[in-house]
Design a protein around this ligand. Structure first.
Ligand code: FES
Length: 110
């Protein structure tokens, strides 16, 4: 079920922010020339939060060991690294909604 996470004027093209939906920490990103997308907000390498990750409008870089992902797709830039799980997202009447059902973030073993 889609849940309201924020207004669409709190994110701009080329930017990203962190939101929470149903206890999932989620990166909400709007890649340049693309659409608003939602990905797991913790790094699959060591489960480090991606809140302070750098986003250049296309590529997200983890601040800890510099794993990188293309946020048009969530795919890793380096194929040997892990992808980010992606959540369905929709924007209606100025509000962003995310559906967490059935999405399992890829996490490092504890
Ligand atoms: S914790 Fe993100 S790259 Fe290592």
């Amino acid at each position: 079920m889609f849940q309201r996470v924020c207004k669409d004027d709190t994110i701009f093209e080329g930017g990203m922010r962190l939101v929470i939906a149903d206890s999932h920490v989620i990166i909400l990103a709007w890649p340049l020339g693309g659409e608003i997308r939602a990905f797991q907000g913790v790094c699959p390498h060591t489960n480090y939060p991606l809140e302070e990750a750098e986003f250049d409008g296309e590529v997200l870089t983890c601040p800890l060991h510099a794993w990188t992902w293309n946020l048009h797709t969530g795919d890793p830039v380096q194929p040997q690294e892990s992808a980010l799980a992606q959540y369905p997202v929709k924007v209606e009447d100025g509000v962003v909604y995310i559906d967490t059902e059935g999405v399992t973030p890829l996490l490092a073993p504890r």
